[in-house]
Design a protein around this ligand. Structure first.
Ligand code: PEP
Length: 256
């Protein structure tokens, strides 16, 4: 039985001070995390240590990073390693977010390498995939996303498959206020689950979580999370406010 995962991608927002304030706000709203929902916050790298300390008081919300390198260490200015993330108690890491693909040269190949490195070092990768508006208009969206999923997971061992989380994030829905419709999300998530089934097995695919991301807010979370293959959300803007983030967690709890 898959549990909902409600994940906040804070992007380049919240230094250590604001991280404390936001997490204390979340902690005040959420004295105990609903039993059937997993929470996750992914602050910027510089705020991970602060977040790790704050999260000691909030049960049920894990810590994740927004990026990681695939080498152990060395001359990679500005990068962080899996071991560094382990040291500050990260459990998850976002890999291949469309903003990293668009602005920082992330490719299917680097995504594959990062997924493997994360799994090797006990981090659960949240692998982002999604099509552009142009690709959807040209009716290439299903093929594009299928290829991204296959490329990211091609060398993942079947035994580790359930540690992988997929986040379907149509690029045209990220930060635009225009989310995918529940039907569009379900159609894509079902296709992704079929790909996971082909790559691993039907049983494995049934255990793996596929999140929806792209303008998920309290007002549309219920209809999206109610879809049978939507197992949570990767949430940008609405994760930066304690009220809206915790509201989405409560919606997931009601649907559990
Ligand atoms: C994201 O950045 O992963 C995201 C989904 O952002 P937003 O919720 O703001 O669209």
């Amino acid at each position: 039985m898959r549990r909902f995962l409600i994940a906040g991608n804070w992007k380049m927002n919240c230094g250590p001070k604001d991280t404390s304030t936001l997490l204390q706000g979340i902690g005040n709203k959420m004295e105990t995390m609903p039993e059937d929902v997993d929470g996750l916050v992914c602050p910027p790298t510089i705020s991970l240590t602060t977040a790790s300390v704050e999260l000691q008081d909030i049960e049920g919300i894990a810590l994740g990073a927004q990026n990681v390198h695939y080498e152990d260490n060395g001359s990679y200015t500005g990068e962080v390693s899996t071991q560094m993330l382990n040291e500050v108690n990260c459990e998850y890491v976002i890999v291949g977010h469309s903003e990293r693909r668009q602005y920082f040269g992330e490719t299917d190949k680097t995504v594959e390498a990062k997924v493997n490195k994360a799994l090797q070092d006990d981090l659960k990768p949240v692998v982002c995939v999604g099509e552009s508006l142009e690709q959807r208009k040209d009716n290439e969206h299903m093929l594009r996303v299928r290829k991204q999923v296959e490329a990211a997971l091609v060398s993942v061992d079947k035994d580790q498959a359930e540690d992988v989380v997929i986040a379907y994030e149509p690029i045209w829905a990220i930060g635009t206020g225009e989310s995918a419709t529940p039907d569009q999300a379900q159609e894509m998530h079902k296709m992704i689950r079929d790909v996971l089934s082909d790559l691993f097995s039907e049983d494995k695919a049934d255990e793996m979580r596929i999140l929806y991301g792209g303008s998920m807010k309290p007002h549309n979370a219920e209809e999206l999370l109610a879809q049978p293959d939507v197992d949570g959300g990767l949430i940008g803007g609405a994760s930066l406010k304690a009220d809206s983030f915790t509201e989405i967690i409560e919606i997931a709890d009601e649907l559990s």
